[in-house]
Design a protein around this ligand. Structure first.
Ligand code: PEP
Ligand code: MG
Length: 843
């Protein structure tokens, strides 16, 4: 096919003014039509342009989108060209992104760099760009996009408010930090016009997280929030509700943090030995506890990112794909962290994902690529420039978000260029160590192998950093802000880390070590006394016992779950074996994981849930078809039945693990079951694989998550060995509320009487056939919820490990007869509020 390498020109017939396409796809097709008519592209390239939108975002920012085809379809480009569709009323490109200039690019090589460079320059001249959105003269567009020197080099700034506004005085005790700012951005995103937040003379785009954080808002600051566009008033109402609605939670969080800070003990005092004081590095205590061991100094991450220019389209592709993959990865990390540590900790990664939507950082990276730099270098540079500005913020909480930006930036970087992966955190010594680092990212902290790291000491960071929060949740002693002296330490130096006082004592004598060990022992005894209560069974005062399991996905989390009082694992979500990595684990790798789980549980029960992929758990590397409504689509068992290449290796791995396990210790359950037919088919596959492997029978159960399964429980119970109710999904399907919906999710209360009635139906259906029913959704970990469930006849509860002590205490203080009466009253309630009002009567 004939091609050319001429630079892109813009004849007027490739421009259409005043277009009003019905949507994004129509806009792309209309622009593509201009290119087709001009002989620039094969008609099939239009489809390629549409396809590209499903894998990458071509919105460049500031009302400009640059649709172009997939890299593999470049052969469909006949000659280089661009076409411009001017859409004065705008066309929604993505949520919160409206395009007014659609610049369709057909380029075989990097010939369109010139046009992108002009576009990115134009973007810095808001007034001129805005004029192009409505001009009636194609010559204006030709001039603007042909004139290299037209745009100013520095961005224009405006300090005023937009058409509609309201004022608010910041009353968040820690100022505007990333988590609430992410909620503001979420609320502002849907606005069709602009949203601006002004503090004094400084303004920020309300749709941009980094810009908001850079305002450095502190408690007491008066701000003006303004918007323009046809929906300005509605947007501001929504924003005001979001902003003020968060105040109570921010205050409660701050009060809880203050209480926690007061509650902890003062730390360890080293013995005074004659004539010698232990050398000490002083920092700030970030997570209490004493750790004794050799230090392992993590080499300072080498941030030299080579500048390897590639054709701009390739660079753009690499960046977009890296951003998409990182978003998916953060989503998986947030889900896993929510399940393992709790929703507040998971919010760290949700906020990090929001940083990825920052069009300023992305646009800057694009601009640098347009200038001829490589994608990795450009991205890193854009992240660094933003992080440096954030770090300069006088508010330490906000300055700390620079670490989050760098963390998330690093994730993207290693996706752009896998060679830049820094392996240091994975190169830990075999023996447990105190990890010393210049700084540690939240994701590295969340992924730490607790068997090998007994404490953390960082040169930088603050006690409110996300790393510190995670360390506290993990129960890992930690100090931060120890200064540069820390990273100068020799590897292997013996040290005592006191995470309460924030001190790292070096080269202790035998007497010092003995004193520290003595102190640890004292603390251990105290803790053991507290834990003793956790290890008691959840037996009510009148002798009824409820089994208590933990929701755990990895073998290294089992010990912690048991120490919290878990009596087994009631839910192992195996999709995390797939979500946390870039490819599917083999049968052998899965077998190894299940075997290790069983070994860690030492004969206690392990309920493994077969892959529950789909819905909120998308696995990008499986390349499954996109679904408009994935929660109602091919998810869980439906997916397994359509993909024997996923189901069968998993079942083989499980049955192989069963062969060496204590009889009955392993149980298998299937997610998202709706019909009896699904059960019969899955059972047949299990039977075949079991026979092939000569493996023992394994109890087979199902998750009850779909109302149909609850209603037909009496039928299904005949064909399964047990039920485990997934109240998270059962609630979303019963109440028709997406469990992740930003506005509605709070109303998706699993204690809604209709959900309780479905649970009751499930229990009744199971009892008819002598089957037991468990609950492994979030409500099982709520003491009041657990009490109600026990009253409804649920025999097993499985939850996040740290919820176990509270649930056990609650059940141990109750009578079954009282719980049954309570459950009956709850079933008769008219609303979830009424059910919750019964809480005082639950014991
Ligand atoms: C549930 O739906 O309650 C459940 C436990 O499954 P998941 O949260 O993994 O969907
Ligand atoms: Mg579920």
């Amino acid at each position: 096919m004939a091609t050319d390498t001429h630079p892109l020109s813009l004849p007027p017939d490739l421009i259409r003014l005043g277009a009003a396409p019905a949507g994004k796809e129509a806009a792309i097709r209309e622009a593509a039509q201009l290119l087709i008519a001009a002989g620039c592209i094969d008609p099939a390239y239009a489809d390629s342009m549409i396809r590209r939108e499903t894998v990458a975002n071509t919105f460049l920012g500031h009302g400009v989108a640059i649709p172009h085809g997939m890299v593999d379809d470049r052969n469909l480009v006949r000659r280089n060209g661009i076409a411009i569709l001017q859409v004065p009323d705008g066309v929604v490109w993505n949520d919160g992104q409206t395009a007014r200039l659609v610049v369709a690019i057909a380029a075989q090589s990097d010939a369109h760099i010139a046009i992108l460079r002009r576009l990115t320059r134009l973007m810095q001249d808001e007034a001129r760009l805005n004029a192009l959105f409505t001009t009636g003269d194609t010559a204006d567009l030709v001039a603007a996009l042909s004139d290299e020197s037209a745009a100013p080099a520095t961005p224009a700034t405006e300090a005023g408010d937009l058409a509609e506004s309201f004022e608010w005085v910041v009353d968040y005790p820690t100022g505007l930090h990333a988590r609430p700012a992410a909620a503001w951005v979420e609320a502002a995103r849907s606005a069709s016009g602009r949203v601006r937040v002004r503090h004094g003379q400084e303004t920020a785009d309300g749709k941009t997280l980094v810009a908001l954080l850079q305002l450095g808002l502190r408690p007491g600051d008066r701000i003006a929030v303004s918007a323009d566009g046809p929906d300005a008033r509605a947007v501001l109402n929504r924003l005001r509700a979001t902003i003020t609605g968060l105040s109570a939670r921010e205050k409660a969080d701050a009060a809880a943090a203050a209480r926690k800070a007061k509650a902890v003990v003062q730390g360890w005092t080293p013995p005074v030995s004659a004539g010698r004081e232990m050398p000490v590095v002083a920092g700030i205590g970030a997570s209490p506890g004493l750790a004794i061991g050799p230090v392992h100094v993590m080499p300072k991450a080498d941030l030299t990112v080579p500048d390897r220019p590639v054709p701009l389209l390739d660079g753009g592709n690499r960046l977009h794909e890296a951003l998409n993959l990182t978003r998916q990865q953060l989503k998986a990390l947030a889900d896993d962290t929510a399940r393992r540590l709790g929703p507040a900790e998971a919010g760290i990664f949700a906020a990090q994902a929001e940083l990825l939507n920052d069009t300023d950082v992305i646009t800057l990276a694009c601009q640098l690529m347009v200038e001829g730099h490589g994608p990795g270098w450009s991205w890193n540079e854009a992240v660094e420039r933003s992080a440096v500005r954030l770090a300069a913020n006088p508010n330490p909480v906000l300055a700390g978000r620079a670490a989050d930006l760098r963390d998330v930036g690093r994730r993207v970087l290693t996706r752009i260029d896998p060679d830049l992966r820094s392996g240091s955190i994975r190169d830990l010594p075999g023996t447990p160590c105190i990890l010393v680092a210049d700084d540690l990212s939240p994701s590295d902290t969340a992924a730490l192998d607790m068997g090998r790291v007994i404490g953390l000491a960082t040169a930088q960071g603050g006690p409110t950093s996300h790393t510190a929060i995670l360390a506290r949740t993990l129960g890992l002693p930690a100090m931060v802000a120890g200064g540069g002296a820390l990273t100068e330490l020799a590897n292997g130096t013996t040290a005592i880390l006191d995470g309460q006082s924030g001190r790292l004592y070096l080269d202790p004598t035998e007497a010092d070590l003995a004193a520290a060990h003595g102190w640890i022992e004292e603390q251990r005894i105290k803790k053991a006394q507290q834990e003793e209560r956790r290890s008691l069974p959840a037996r009510t005062r009148d002798g009824h016992t409820v089994e208590i399991g933990a929701n755990v996905n990895r073998p290294d989390q089992v010990a912690m779950a048991l120490s919290q009082g878990g009596e087994g694992v009631g839910l192992m979500r195996t999709e995390f074996l797939f979500l946390e990595r870039g490819d599917a684990p083999s049968e052998e790798e899965q077998y190894e994981t299940y075997r290790a789980m069983l070994e860690a549980l030492d004969g206690r029960p392990l309920i493994v849930r077969a892959l529950d992929i789909g819905g909120d758990k998308q696995v990008p590397h499986l390349h499954l078809p996109h679904e408009e409504n994935p929660f109602l689509g091919v998810r869980g068992a439906r997916l397994l039945l359509r993909h024997p290449e996923l189901l069968e290796p998993q079942l083989r791995a499980l049955y192989r693990a069963a062969k060496n396990a204590k009889p009955g210790a392993l149980l298998i359950m299937f997610p998202m079951i709706t019909t009896l037919r699904e059960i019969e088919t899955l059972r047949a596959v299990c039977d075949r694989i079991r026979a092939e492997l000569e493996a023992p029978a394994v109890p087979l159960g199902i998750m009850v998550e779909v109302p149909a399964a609850a209603i037909q429980a009496d039928v299904l119970a005949r064909h399964v060995d047990f039920f485990s109710i997934g109240t998270n999904d059962l609630t979303q399907y019963a109440l028709a509320i997406d469990r992740q919906h930003p506005e509605l999710a709070a109303e998706a209360d699993s204690l809604h009487p209709s959900v309780l009635r479905l649970i009751r139906l499930t229990v009744e259906g199971a009892e008819k056939h002598g089957r037991w029913v468990g609950v492994c959704g979030g409500i099982a970990g709520d003491p009041f919820g657990a009490a109600l469930l026990a009253g409804l006849g649920v025999r097993e509860l499985s939850m996040t490990p740290r919820d176990i002590p509270g649930v056990k205490d609650k059940l141990r203080g109750s009578d079954l007869a009282g719980l049954r009466a309570l459950a009956q009253r709850a079933l008769d309630c008219e609303s979830s509020d009424e059910v919750r009002a019964l809480e005082g009567e639950a014991s």
